[in-house]
Design a protein around this ligand. Structure first.
Ligand SMILES: [Zn+2]
Ligand SMILES: [Zn+2]
Length: 388
C-alpha cells in the first residue's frame, strides 16, 4: 500500500518543501505549474497546460472502461509575509503557502506517480491542478476554458487540509461542507457641509450608520433561524478632517450561507434596506455585488460520491479516523464551481490538533508533511474504489 513507501514519501516531502519555498499567487503560478507538469510528464502521463491561464491537467487511463474521474488540487499561495524560520520558508517576499496548497499539490502528484506505476483501476483519471483558489475563482476560469469539455469527468473530488482535525484523520459529509461567499460595496452619496451647519448639507455618515445597523437584522429577522448565515461589514471609508461632513461614504462587506435561496434572499434584502434607508435620508445609494471577483457558490457534496469518498477514507484511516458529521465551515471554496458542474465530494484531511498546527492563513502555518502519504493513499484508494 502507498502509505508504506518511504521513497515516495520522501519525494512528496521534497516536492512540498520546494513548492513552499517558491510560492506564487493567483494566475501567476507559472513556475509552480511547470514544476508540476514536469513531474507528471516524468511519470509518463499526458499533460495539458494553460487551462485557466496556469492550470495543469494530466490524464492517465487503464483498462477498457469509459468511466472517468477528476481529482483536483489547488496550487496558489497567499499575499502573507511568512514568519516561520525553518529552512524551507518562503523565498518570495510577501507571499506564502499559508493554506497548504503546496501539500495538496504534492499529495496529488504522489497519487499520480503511484497510479502510473501500478494501474489497479479500470477507466480514466484526470489530475487537475488549478490556479487561483484564494478568492480569484481559478476553478471557474478552468471550467470557462473548457475543462469538462476537454476532460469529461463523470465526477470530481477535492481535498483540503484542516488544522484542528487530528493529523491524517478525515472529515466529510453529504450536503453543504462550505458556505457561499459574496462581497458587496455600497456607495452613499450626500452633500458635504461645514460640521457646524449640518442642516445645509446632507449627511451620508448618518445614513451609513443606519445601514450598518439595519443590515445586522437580515440574519436575525429575515433569514429563517434554522438556516445559518452571516453578514459582515468589513470596511468603512469616509471623511478626512474634524470639522467637515463628507459628501460620501463607502462601505464594503461579505455575506455567507449554505443555501442558494438564502444567498438570493440576503442580496435582495441588502438592496431593499440600503435603497429605502437612503431614500428616507435623501441621499444617493449605489450597490455593487462582487465588484472585483465572482462570488463563490455553496460547496455541496453529492450523496453517491460522498459515500465513495467515505469508503476510501475509512480504508485509509479506519472508522475511528473519519468524522462523519463535521460542522460545515462558513469559509468558502472555489471547488464549489466544479461541484455545480459535476457530482462530487470535497473532504477535509486533518493537519494536526491546534497545539501542533496553527490556523490556515496564519504567517506561522506549515503543511504537515507526515500526512502526505495518507492524503495520497486516499486518492489512490478513491480511484480504485470508483474505477474498481
Ligand atoms: Zn485559503
Ligand atoms: Zn486553501
Amino acid at each position: 500500500m502507498i502509505r508504506n513507501l518511504p521513497l515516495l514519501h520522501e519525494k512528496m516531502r521534497h516536492w512540498r518543501r520546494h513548492l513552499h519555498q517558491f510560492p506564487e499567487t493567483a494566475f501567476e503560478e507559472r513556475a509552480t505549474a511547470q514544476f508540476i507538469a514536469d513531474q507528471l510528464a516524468g511519470f509518463g502521463l499526458n499533460v495539458h497546460q494553460g487551462l485557466g491561464k496556469t492550470g495543469v491537467v494530466a490524464t492517465l487511463s487503464a483498462g477498457t472502461s469509459h468511466k472517468k474521474i477528476a481529482l483536483r488540487a489547488d496550487m496558489d499561495a497567499l499575499f502573507i509575509q511568512e514568519q516561520n524560520t525553518f529552512a524551507h520558508k518562503s523565498r518570495h517576499d510577501g507571499k506564502m503557502h499559508a493554506c497548504g496548497h503546496d501539500g495538496h499539490s504534492s499529495m496529488l502528484l504522489g497519487a499520480a506517480s503511484y497510479l502510473a506505476d501500478h494501474r489497479h483501476f479500470n477507466g480514466t483519471v484526470y489530475f487537475v491542478f488549478q490556479p487561483a483558489e484564494e478568492g480569484r475563482a481559478g476553478a471557474q476560469q478552468m471550467i470557462a476554458d473548457g475543462l469538462f469539455e476537454q476532460f469529461p469527468a463523470d465526477c470530481v473530488f477535492g481535498m483540503h487540509n484542516f488544522p484542528d482535525i487530528p493529523a491524517g484523520h478525515f472529515a466529510v459529509k453529504a450536503g453543504p461542507m462550505m458556505a457561499s461567499f459574496d462581497c458587496f460595496e455600497i456607495i452613499i452619496t450626500g452633500q458635504a457641509t461645514h460640521a457646524a451647519m449640518p442642516h445645509l448639507g446632507n449627511d451620508a455618515i448618518i445614513a451609513s450608520a443606519q445601514i450598518i445597523t439595519a443590515l445586522q437584522t437580515i440574519v436575525s429577522r429575515t433569514v429563517n433561524p434554522a438556516d445559518a448565515a452571516v453578514v459582515s461589514i468589513t470596511q468603512i471609508h469616509a471623511g478626512n478632517t474634524w470639522n467637515a461632513i463628507p459628501d460620501s461614504v463607502l462601505l464594503r462587506g461579505t455575506f455567507r450561507c449554505f443555501e442558494r435561496h438564502v444567498q438570493q434572499l440576503i442580496a435582495d434584502k441588502i438592496t431593499q434596506l440600503v435603497t429605502s434607508i437612503c431614500a428616507g435620508f435623501g441621499v444617493g445609494a449605489e450597490i455593487k455585488f462582487n465588484p472585483e471577483n465572482p462570488g463563490y457558490p455553496v460547496t455541496l457534496n453529492a450523496e453517491t460520491e460522498t459515500a465513495l469518498a467515505l469508503k476510501a477514507a475509512i480504508v485509509v484511516a479506519g472508522v475511528d479516523g473519519v468524522n462523519l458529521h463535521p460542522v460545515p465551515s462558513m469559509g468558502s471554496e472555489d471547488f464549489a464551481f466544479m461541484l455545480q458542474e459535476k457530482p462530487g465530494c470535497y473532504l477535509w484531511i486533518g493537519n494536526g490538533s491546534s497545539e501542533n498546527s496553527c490556523l490556515l492563513h496564519n504567517p506561522h502555518y506549515d503543511f504537515n508533511d507526515d500526512i502526505l502519504p495518507i492524503g495520497a493513499a486516499f486518492w489512490v484508494k478513491l480511484v480504485e474504489t470508483v474505477l474498481g
